[in-house]
Design a binder for this molecule. Structure first.
Ligand SMILES: Cc1cc2nc3c(=O)[nH]c(=O)nc-3n(C[C@H](O)[C@H](O)[C@H](O)COP(=O)(O)O)c2cc1C
Length: 108
């Protein structure tokens, strides 16, 4: 099983782990045109399947959207097996100012 919590280099950037927020996943090729590390985004993927593409050597990184939005401390929660906040679909994709974007609580 590939460890989600290992570092990966993308171009000039070195990420601490292989979990990224979904909107960061749009490019693959490096400036040279050579494909770099591949991030796979699977909408509505159940949490227990988070590493399935790493495990099967399909992807180098994993992306999440809704869970990253609802959990400002997502990495700490996953590493420490702390239950996640559930994203509230009623306050995503609506113009409510900060509501639903910056007001989900951290675990501490
Ligand atoms: C708040 C929010 C905004 C998003 N905006 C876009 C967008 O502008 N364009 C797009 O292609 N995908 C957008 N997405 C979709 C994500 O990039 C991603 O495909 C999807 O959320 C992944 O599924 P998951 O949320 O179940 O992890 C957005 C997702 C969220 C949660």
């Amino acid at each position: 099983m590939t460890d989600l919590w290992t570092s990966v280099k993308i171009g000039d950037s070195v990420l601490d782990n292989r979990l990224v927020m979904a909107p960061m996943t749009r490019s693959r090729a490096l400036e040279s045109g050579v494909p770099g590390p591949l991030m796979v985004n699977r909408a509505n993927r159940p949490l227990e399947k988070l590493t399935i593409d790493l495990d099967n050597h399909v992807a180098d990184l994993v992306s999440v959207g809704h869970y990253a939005l609802a959990n400002p401390d997502l990495v700490a929660r996953l590493k420490n097996k702390i239950p996640l906040n559930k994203p509230n679909p009623d306050i995503i994709y609506v113009n409510n100012g900060a509501v639903g974007y910056t007001d989900y609580p951290t675990a501490d």
